[in-house]
Design a protein around this ligand. Structure first.
Ligand code: FO1
Length: 332
């Protein structure tokens, strides 16, 4: 079975680790291709840092700091402390010593002319994540955030989120470099040729958004024969973690499973939401003028991944929805 997924960082990585567990438990032979968001990427101290690629690689490869969800397990902060001693900022984004090695190898290879896809493949030779990990694009795309504090200006997503904790209201998320970016080799083919496509509970605005903004990606998802199943990142009116609530507010999209489902409905065949949100989401995604024609089949489950087993269960349910084995469909 060929499975393709788009993904951001922590939430998507934990879900996809659960997916690999669910596939193993079902004894299903599958090739999983993960298309990672690179809009979070940032150059710091001359090093190219790719947070979502690294979070996916470390999480699926068994090297992630589990409590943080990003960075290397058991890491230390000597390089960061030395940089701070030199007053070499920024001090709000710290790179662990082990993590620095990843950025050194990546930066050296990029400098030698390798593409980000080739770099990622090389790094995965070590980590063996159990999936084909593709950057969404080999051209740099950086998500910035337009804020008014008080004059209108744009800051890198990492500065808005890590330094500012997404507290300054955002007015928009421009994707710098998008006009010169195309999907990386293999991305569109993976989406078109998949038997199942999954959209994990990643931030719909700044994690899935940049991938979906690349030319051809939405068309590939709309055109693929595969069922496209998304998993809501919101339970009740609250996002499970991260900055999705602040991002949705910036776009005037309700922080609900229905609101996020509305953002993705043109590419979704099915939307997996928490049981508590099932009725409201079905109602919202069923066209009032065509009550019999719900263009997205809404399914309910316990959406919280409390631990690794929870992620296996959730991913297994998403798989079952894709394979048409899960519960009643919308309206039924
Ligand atoms: N997040 C933080 O809140 N503080 C940090 O200092 C930080 C450093 C960092 C270094 C490497 C990396 O891959 C990720 C890092 N992150 C940090 C997390 C990062 O902001 C997130 O992974 C996403 O990019 C935001 O969704």
């Amino acid at each position: 079975m060929r499975v393709a997924a788009l993904s951001g960082g922590v939430g998507g990585a934990r879900f996809l680790r659960g997916l690999l567990g669910a596939l193993r438990a079902r004894d299903v032979a599958a090739e999983v291709t993960v298309v990672a968001n690179t809009g979070d990427d940032i150059t710091l101290h001359g090093l190219r840092v790719c947070p979502d690629l690294d979070t996916l690689m470390y999480t699926l490869g068994g090297g992630v700091d589990e409590a943080q969800g990003w960075g290397r397990d058991g890491d230390t902060g000597h390089v960061a402390a030395e940089l701070a001693a030199y007053g070499a900022g920024p001090d709000w984004f710290t790179l662990g010593d082990r993590d620095v090695a990843t950025h050194l190898v990546r930066t050296r290879m990029l400098g030698a002319g390798y593409t980000l896809s080739e770099v990622t493949r090389a790094l995965c030779e070590r980590w063996r994540p159990g999936v084909r990990l593709l950057p969404m694009s080999d051209q740099p795309v950086e998500t910035h955030v337009v804020v008014r504090d008080p004059e209108r200006r744009a800051v890198h997503l990492q500065e808005w989120w890590v330094r500012g904790h997404a507290e300054t209201p955002a007015e928009g998320f421009p994707l710098l470099g998008l006009d010169r970016a195309v999907p990386a080799p293999g991305v569109l083919d993976a989406l078109r040729g998949a038997d199942v496509v999954l959209l994990p509970p990643s931030n719909p605005v700044v994690s899935l958004g940049p991938v979906l903004a690349l030319p051809g990606v939405r068309d590939a998802l709309r055109g693929t024969a595969a069922p496209v199943v998304g998993v809501a990142p919101v339970v009740g009116g609250r996002t499970v973690r991260g900055m999705a609530a602040a991002c949705l507010a910036a776009l005037d999209v309700p922080c609900t499973a229905a609101g996020v489902g509305g953002l993705l409905r043109d590419v979704l065949d099915a939307w997996l939401v928490d049981d508590a949100d099932l009725g409201a989401t079905r109602a919202a995604l069923t066209p009032a003028d065509h009550p019999d024609r719900a263009d997205v089949a809404v399914h309910g489950t316990d959406l919280l991944m409390r631990d690794r087993e929870g992620a296996v269960r959730l991913a297994g349910t998403a798989l079952d929805v894709a394979l048409g084995l899960h519960g009643a469909t919308a309206g039924a």
